[in-house]
Design a binder for this molecule. Structure first.
Ligand SMILES: [Ca+2]
Length: 552
């Protein structure tokens, strides 16, 4: 175990007044548990109309609020930078999750590839303000010693610094890139043979068990499930056996119809066309069907296990009489993941050499299964495309808020809310204001808005009708204002290729109105120019393409 050598950390100077702290009783400053699922689809959870057994998460929704218009970034790292900062991913330093070497963006602010010093993390502010701050799971927003959870406000942490890893150990999933884990300020290895989600739940429970009694906690629990490789503990391997023999085309329709029936999506929603690049289920051979069904069985088992973990956390809080004083937020970081690295031209050769995807081995630690775009479009059913894309399929993800402060009648909330709203809400709950200066350096004002008064039932909405939500990641662009949205999925990037949608009527982004509503397009493009400047987006170079090859 080698010690990470840290740079100098200046003592923090925050706007929080320590004399203020004593003013609040513990009950006035509740615990905050933020659970993040990785690549969980919009249609997977039972409460969102899915068929996977998720009673514990459903119970949170039953007692709390289910948001059907929660917006994140289309990928893991930018979303996580926005969670932690309450700001845009460019301001937070993750303008790109992929390296931008040899482009005009290299070395520029916004493209640091780790959390920037233009923001202060919500964990840091909560810690400075008297909370105990814990993190277990995937970090993905910086791996240098000055950028790991320990350096960004978490007192205790056990973190995977990369975007993905083997769920059972330290076998690399990319050439010359062993997984990077840290525990507090030390480099550690993953406990070989244990399952990722079990390890993260166990660590978090330990942290809370051993915390100082007089302090509330902020727990950031970021599972790597159900992100590929689809691997599950042995007792889960056959839990969904034969459940998906109807195939991806039928399941997509079934889930979509069920979402309409239970009111998660409007009753008049139209299912966007299926991807023509994907073979019709009925055209697959019996052998192909068997393998495809197996992929979804494993994915479902992984989601089922994730639900068990959530149940364990909630039960622990209940048993230790902390549940009533805890705000619980459950969210997914982006849309369903369509990547299939096993069959990827760049990543595939290494993975195929070291992992065995033969049928009987699928789902075990030595396999590397992904469910691909064919099943990802099931997970994203009411929406167009999936993870990586700025369409709703990439960015409209499950959010459930439950527990302390939720005083609205439980149910489905059709209000616009986004990932930057979490940090300001947590700060408001803790009576902490976001500073203008931190460590003698000016920081950018927070961009999210607190939803505390909304969940308390004191206000009808979170953002007003003119609120603008913009986002850019590696050339994928979107901007939402009220019920309108512009988006750009051109590749190579073309700044004149924005499409226009009225998303309250067209959740699936099926009718591009950019030609028929030119005035609206101009208005939205003007907003885009303002937004681009505000957060410091540098466009892709001429002809530059995103480098992940996903079928669409
Ligand atoms: Ca993710």
């Amino acid at each position: 175990m080698k010690k990470i050598i840290f740079g100098l950390f200046l003592l923090s100077l925050v706007s929080f007044d320590y004399k203020e702290e004593s003013k609040y009783k513990q009950s006035d400053r509740p615990n905050i548990l933020l659970i993040v699922a990785d690549d969980l689809g919009y249609t997977d959870l039972g409460c969102f109309g899915g068929d996977i057994n998720t009673p514990n998460i459903d119970q949170l929704a039953k007692k709390g609020l289910l948001f059907n218009r929660f917006h994140t970034a289309p990928l893991c790292a930018p979303t996580r930078s926005m969670i932690l900062s309450g700001n845009n991913n460019h301001v937070a330093g993750i303008g790109s999750m992929f390296p931008v070497d040899n482009t005009s963006r290299q070395g520029k602010p916004g493209y640091e590839h780790h959390l920037s010093d233009r923001i202060v993390t919500v964990a840091q502010l909560l810690k400075d303000g008297g909370y105990q701050t814990f993190m277990a799971g995937k970090w993905h927003v910086g791996s240098g010693s000055a950028y790991i959870p320990y350096a960004k406000g978490f007192e205790k942490s056990f973190a995977l610094l990369d975007g993905a890893a083997n769920h059972f150990g330290n076998n690399a999933i990319m050439e010359n890139m062993p997984p990077q884990y840290c525990e507090d300020d030390k480099v550690v290895a993953f406990p070989e043979g244990r399952f990722s989600s079990d390890v993260y739940t166990g660590k978090m429970i330990d942290y809370i068990k051993n915390k100082q009694k007089d302090k509330p906690f902020f727990a950031y629990l970021t599972y790597t499930a159900p992100h590929w490789p689809l691997q599950v503990p042995d007792e889960y391997l056959n839990k969904y056996k034969d459940k998906y023999d109807m195939g991806y085309d039928s399941l997509r329709v079934l889930r979509f119809e069920h979402q309409k029936a239970i009111g998660v999506i409007p009753a008049n929603s139209k299912l966007p066309p299926r991807l023509s690049s994907i073979k019709l289920w009925q055209q697959l051979t019996a052998e192909q069907k068997k393998i495809e069904s197996r992929k979804m069985e494993l994915y479902a088992a992984m989601v089922d296990n994730l639900d068990r973990q959530v149940g364990e956390m909630v039960q622990f809080l209940k048993d230790t009489k902390q549940l009533d004083n805890t705000l619980i937020v459950f969210m997914a970081d982006n849309g369903a993941g369509a990547e299939d690295f096993y069959n990827h031209p760049g990543f595939g050769p290494f993975i195929r050499k070291h992992y065995d995807n033969s049928y009987d081995n699928m789902g075990k630690a030595s396999s590397f299964v992904s469910y691909g775009p064919q099943w990802a479009q099931v997970g994203a059913a009411p929406f167009k495309l999936f993870k990586e894309f700025p369409t709703e399929g990439g960015i409209n993800t499950p959010l459930i808020i439950s527990g302390k402060y939720v005083k609205r009648t439980p149910g489905i909330e059709n209000v616009f809310i986004n990932v930057m709203d979490l940090a300001p809400t947590f700060l408001e709950i803790a009576h902490i204001s976001y500073p203008e200066m931190y460590n003698n350096k000016k920081v950018m004002p927070i961009l999210g808005q607190s939803f505390l008064s909304f969940i308390e039932g004191k206000s009808k909405t979170i953002h007003d009708a003119n609120y603008v939500y913009g986002l850019e990641h590696y050339g994928g662009c979107l901007l939402i204002k009220g019920n309108w949205k512009i988006t750009n999925t051109s590749d190579p990037f073309d700044e004149t290729a924005f499409e226009l949608y009225k998303i309250d009527e067209d959740w699936g982004e099926t009718k591009d109105l950019s030609k028929s509503q030119p005035k609206k397009l101009i208005e939205m493009m003007n907003e885009w120019k303002i937004f681009k400047k505000k957060v410091g987006i540098i466009p892709l170079d001429k002809g530059e393409r995103i480098h992940l090859d996903i079928i669409r």
